[in-house]
Ligand binder design. Structure first.
Ligand SMILES: [Zn+2]
Length: 410
């Protein structure tokens, strides 16, 4: 077991500074020291950039399948329930359900790993996902309270609103829910409902929020709740997203989430790019790469109440590392332009889960079971066996299924 190792000759983005040609020492699952070395030093030859691994605040691990299902003939939905009905009656849903739940969860894990994500929430009740997420080599949040959405017709996930929210408060968990995902009166009253039930506070991680009034934004800002922005899913289903500029100007904690690929972008890297594009179109100005970076690192760590352990590169925090070949000199621009094949090394708690062949000794030394794969013409190592997974999926559905978020060359 290779307990400690260090990477040197890398440029490291820490909170507030960019340390060029520096080094980082990992001991077991933690960052021991930034700027110093240990015996097992890996000198990085290229000029690579190091970031904290990405956090995807909102995903659905049973629902990462393609193609998308959405409204027909230039129409858009009134609220999420119409999408849910369309999804469940679509041929692709039947195809998806030919796979085992375990394989769908593994597929979702790879969607996230190929995009540099090692911390993610599967928005689903504990009783239904526990057995699939517990052994994963990436961090799926297990400390959370959940309701599906704030409305009488929401899916019956978890306990009641009051019980789940109380659980969040008592345990210092996030309280995670879809919120104001639509424009009917009840869906748009989500914040009032939370308020009435004394459930509106800083534990709340409110997903979508497209039906927010200015008053709702003020209330969310006042209590310090988090807003999750999923522009890909929102634009696809509703042709509109939340009032993101007003929400940011209110200094609300904003995170970007992918939602499932049945409605959202293929992964968090594409979601970040889509967020920038949508913002540009809506406001005729640019949203800074730095603010996008925060929305997938420190902000979701705060939302999940795990910021003492993840979200930035700091001594004592978890060694969740994202080492990339930068396509731009500016570290934030390089980050938002990242492509799946340019990830040189991705670790969760110090253990490699995806990376270039140079890191094979680290995979071996950490006892990680891995396979060699080809990602857009580049040789890579990855935890587990995504090629084997694709074979099983193709057998289950009976044809050569491909997913844009699994970038394997055949
Ligand atoms: Zn969702």
């Amino acid at each position: 077991m290779k307990e400690s190792y260090s990477l040197s000759g890398v440029s490291i983005l820490t909170e507030g500074s960019f340390l060029e040609n520096s080094s980082i020492k990992i001991n077991r699952d933690k960052i021991e020291d930034i700027g110093s070395l240990s015996g097992n030093n890996m000198k990085i030859k290229d000029n690579l950039y190091l970031y904290p691994a990405i956090i995807n605040v909102h995903d659905h691990f049973r629902g990462n399948y393609l193609p998308k299902v959405g409204p027909k003939n230039g129409t858009f939905y009134l609220n999420w329930s119409y999408w849910d009905n369309d999804l469940k009656s679509a041929p692709v849903y039947e195809e998806r359900e030919k796979n085992t739940v375990e394989d769908l969860y593994t597929l979702s894990m790879y969607k996230n790993i190929f995009a540099g994500v090692v911390t993610v929430n599967d928005h689903y009740p504990h009783a239904l996902n526990e057995q699939y997420i517990s052994g994963m080599p990436i961090r799926l949040i297990t400390n959370y309270a959940i309701v599906h959405a704030i409305s009488s017709f929401a899916l019956k996930w978890g306990d009641s609103l009051k019980v789940e929210h109380k659980r969040a408060v008592e345990n210092n968990f996030p309280f995670i829910t879809h919120c104001a995902e639509g424009f009917d009166e009840e869906t748009q009253s989500a914040i009032k409902t939370l308020e009435k039930n004394k459930c509106l506070d800083d534990h709340d991680v409110l997903i979508h929020c497209i039906g927010f009034s200015d008053e709702d934004i003020k209330k969310v800002q006042k209590v310090g709740a988090t807003v999750v922005w999923c522009p890909g899913s929102n634009m696809y289903m509703f042709n509109v997203t939340c009032k993101i500029k007003k929400i940011l100007e209110a200094h609300i904690n904003v995170c970007i989430g992918t939602d499932s690929t049945h409605s959202g972008s293929i992964n968090i890297l594409e979601e970040m790019r889509f967020a920038r594009e949508v913002y540009g179109k809506m406001y005729k100005e640019e949203i800074s790469p730095e603010s996008i970076y925060k929305m997938v690192t420190i902000n979701p760590a705060r939302a999940f109440r795990i910021q003492p352990d993840v979200g930035t590169l700091e001594n004592g925090k978890q060694a969740d590392l994202l080492l990339i070949k930068p396509g731009d000199q500016d570290p934030y621009k390089a980050f938002v332009n990242l492509q799946m094949e340019d990830i040189e090394l991705l670790t969760c708690k110090g253990n490699p889960v995806y990376g270039s062949l140079e890191y094979e000794e680290l995979f071996k030394g950490r006892g990680v079971e891995y396979t060699k794969v080809k990602v857009r013409k580049k040789n890579k190592l990855i935890v587990g066996d995504p090629v084997g997974l694709m074979k099983r999926i193709r057998k289950a559905v009976g044809f050569e299924k491909v997913f844009d978020f699994i970038p394997l060359d055949d």
